[in-house]
Design a protein around this ligand. Structure first.
Ligand SMILES: Nc1ncnc2c1ncn2[C@@H]1O[C@H](COP(=O)(O)OP(=O)(O)OP(=O)(O)O)[C@@H](O)[C@H]1O
Length: 329
């Protein structure tokens, strides 16, 4: 029998091991405190017998109250992710949870309730967001009626008015979509998406059909919603200027999160003005995998393998200099 009190230098005691096991069990699960958790998310499409892996084990955590942008090359998987988060599509494997809802386990009824009450979405095509034969105000009250919760018409109309006012289109409530500009339509579409007070507002290229000045204003509207209502907002965008305005931008590459830029304001001592300082991070996945930027590895001619060294507060990555101990230079 192993002693409970071995001498110095011996392995862990039984008590140590028991403690480790309990500590591991009690460690909070990945993403336990996030509003959106994607864990090794996979989406495979089969087209004519050919498989396309649109998402290849994507990890993403979004905390409550965040306003963040998702960027990435065409075909990287952004829309696939948004369709999953909005409840329109189901992942092939992995975990996706939004505000406590497991997106892989919902039946049709739960999915419908999820889409009506938990998430709001704004699409790129302005025409897809609004019903053409309803006025702006009627478009905003429609999701409230579909939700089926008994509420007085007057209260619904009042809420629609408040939302249209928050989005600076209060005086356009009686107009139909074709009587509104593209930017005004997107503002109304944001109000529609917020009608049932969702936990998350998702937007897929919401400024894609707008000129850059209008795009900037629409992005301002997302900021207002985030700041005033506290709604968590995730926006997919191609627009670099738009992505630069948020505190967090996550880049997706080949169906995985690859890099992340975080921005914070800092006081410029010289001028006394606030300025935004940004820093790029690489994503470290749960298996410890890290993708080094191609321009870095090319600059140091890093290929096949690299040497890692653990320092007190960082890890260094060196090119393979051909001095491997096993002689396989
Ligand atoms: N319904 C589908 N059937 C088959 N393949 C699909 C389907 N939807 C997406 N894909 C494929 O999955 C990959 C990711 O597509 P996705 O639309 O998510 O990319 P994206 O980053 O949104 O691109 P874009 O910026 O051009 O909109 C692409 O290779 C695409 O062809």
């Amino acid at each position: 029998m192993t002693s409970q009190h071995p001498g110095p230098g011996a392995g862990p005691t039984l008590a140590d091991l028991a403690h480790r096991v309990t500590a591991d069990r009690e460690r909070p699960a990945y993403g336990h405190d996030a509003l959106i958790t994607c864990d090794r998310l996979v989406r495979i499409f089969s087209v004519g017998g050919v498989e396309v892996q649109a998402l290849q084990g994507l990890d993403l955590l979004v905390r409550e109250g965040e306003l963040m942008a998702l960027v990435g090359a065409s075909g990287s998987g952004k829309s696939t992710l948004m369709n999953i988060l909005s409840g329109l599509d189901t992942p092939t494997a992995g975990t996706a949870r939004v505000a406590g809802h497991d997106l892989l386990a919902m039946n049709a009824r739960a999915r419908l309730a999820y889409r009506r009450e938990v998430v709001g979405f704004v699409w790129q095509q302005t025409a897809r967001n609004l019903l053409p034969y309803l006025t702006a105000a009627q478009n905003v009250t429609l999701p409230m009626r579909l939700r089926g919760v008994r509420a007085r018409r007057r209260d619904q109309a009042e809420r629609a008015g408040e939302l249209l006012s928050l989005l600076d289109v209060a005086d356009l409530g009686d107009r139909r979509p074709h009587e509104l500009s593209g930017g005004q339509q997107q503002r109304v579409a944001i109000a529609v998406a917020l009608a049932n007070n969702p936990a998350v507002l998702l937007a897929d290229e919401p400024t894609g059909e707008l000129d850059s000045r209008t795009a900037e204003q629409i992005f301002g509207a997302f900021r207002t919603v985030n700041e005033r209502l506290g709604t968590t907002v995730v926006v997919v965008t191609h627009d670099k200027a738009v992505a630069d305005q948020v505190r967090r931008t996550v880049a997706i590459r080949d169906g995985r999160t690859a890099t992340e830029v975080l921005r914070r304001s800092e006081l410029d001592r010289a001028t006394g003005h606030e300025r935004l300082v940004s820093r790029e991070y690489a994503t470290l996945d749960r298996a410890g995998r890290l993708q080094l930027p191609a321009e870095y590895t090319r600059a140091l001619d890093m290929r096949d393998r690299v040497a890692l060294e653990l320092q007190a507060d960082h890890i260094t990555v060196h090119p393979d200099d051909g001095t491997a101990a096993d002689g396989t230079a």
